[in-house]
Design a protein around this ligand. Structure first.
Ligand code: 13P
Ligand code: SF4
Length: 336
């Protein structure tokens, strides 16, 4: 995400004289957003980590792969991306002629920030015979340096689709990378990045919680650290976790990922209990500080004023599109 972009958007918003607090409290934001969708032929794509109100008003809710696939196929004129910057940027890379809006341009990602493109270029140059598989949680600059993009839903399939002797660099998430090394048996070179949300879970507190809920299933996202994954009953992407919670006969689940997903779990299985896995600090929540920058108010404002908009350098867009298309193509081949 470029600071210039944020600054420009901020100045434009200020020029237009609106802030979060400017909204008339009597306005029914849900019906206003529905009106704007129709008037502007806009689609709202939301990640499972968004706040419940945003999920409820979205046209499509999904994990990173499903959202990229939906962005690639929509015929809406405006894509409103209720997620973080790399997700909206991916939608823009795939849709240069559409307007792509992100309710808060500061909605970044610690994982994406942990891999600056220039530092990664130096790292990659040390392994000239390696293919680069990069998790979608990264900047367009990182994508442009990659051979194939992946998400937590398709990473294993993508790695297994490559010849056994193919040497691989996996970036930027070291936890997902270590998990994939175990699953695929490939000896991949890993970049040392991680997610702030998935690194805070406490094994000690989870173990205690399990003692109080002996029949609860521990379900974890593969961005979690190895000690958590070792004791998990199921490991999967956000859509995988949701599907497991729906199909598994257990009635209690300890959920080791961002707490936003619990909204959909609860809607799909109202009689089941979902307990957020306890983090290793005094905070009781597992909220992603970036995902939760988006609010219903900001969603309304960005649709009304069509800002902040994702704007990209065309050369960078073209360079970062190739590995995303490769991911979409492999996913299609394997029915994902
Ligand atoms: P998935 O939606 O692919 O499970 O990824 C979760 C995540 O961390 C998104 O930022
Ligand atoms: Fe990034 Fe982690 Fe937030 Fe996902 S949950 S957007 S990986 S910081």
């Amino acid at each position: 995400m470029t600071d210039i972009n944020i600054e420009t958007a901020k100045q434009n918003l200020e020029k237009k004289g609106f802030l979060d607090l400017d909204i008339d409290v009597n306005l029914d934001l849900f019906s206003e957003i529905e009106r704007l969708k129709k008037e502007k032929n806009a689609i709202i794509l939301a990640h499972y980590y968004q706040e419940p109100d945003i999920q409820d008003v979205a046209d499509f809710i999904g994990d990173s792969l499903a959202l990229a696939q939906k962005a690639a196929s929509t015929d809406a004129d405006i894509i409103v991306f209720a997620g973080v910057h790399f997700m909206a940027e991916t939608a823009k890379i795939l849709n240069p002629d559409k307007k792509v809006l992100l309710p808060d341009l500061k909605a970044g990602c610690s994982l994406a920030d942990s891999a600056p493109a220039d530092a990664f270029k130096k790292f990659k140059d040390q392994y000239p015979d390696h293919l680069v598989i990069t998790y979608i949680n990264c900047s367009a600059g990182m994508k442009a340096l990659s051979d194939i993009i992946c998400t937590s839903s398709n990473a294993e399939t993508i790695i297994n689709s490559l010849p056994k002797e193919q040497k691989i660099i996996f970036a930027p998430d070291k936890n997902l990378g270590a998990y994939l090394i175990k699953k695929t048996g490939r000896d991949m070179v890993l970049w040392n990045g991680s997610c702030v949300v998935h690194e805070i879970f406490s094994l000690e507190k989870i173990t205690k919680l399990k003692m109080h809920h002996p029949n609860a299933k521990l379900i974890a996202h593969p961005e979690c650290e190895d000690p958590i994954l070792k004791v998990a009953d199921y490991i999967g992407s956000t859509s995988g976790l949701l599907k497991y919670s729906l199909e598994n006969p257990a009635t209690e689940f300890i959920v080791a990922t961002e707490s936003g997903i619990i909204h959909q779990m609860q809607l799909k299985s109202p009689s089941k209990t979902f307990i957020p896995a306890p983090p290793d600090n005094m905070c009781a929540c597992n909220d992603c500080p970036y995902m939760k920058l988006n609010t219903l108010e900001k969603l309304y404002l960005c649709m009304e004023y069509e800002e902040p908009e994702i704007v990209m350098d065309e050369q960078l867009r073209i360079a970062s599109k190739r590995p995303i298309e490769r991911m979409l193509e492999i996913s299609r081949q394997y029915g994902l």
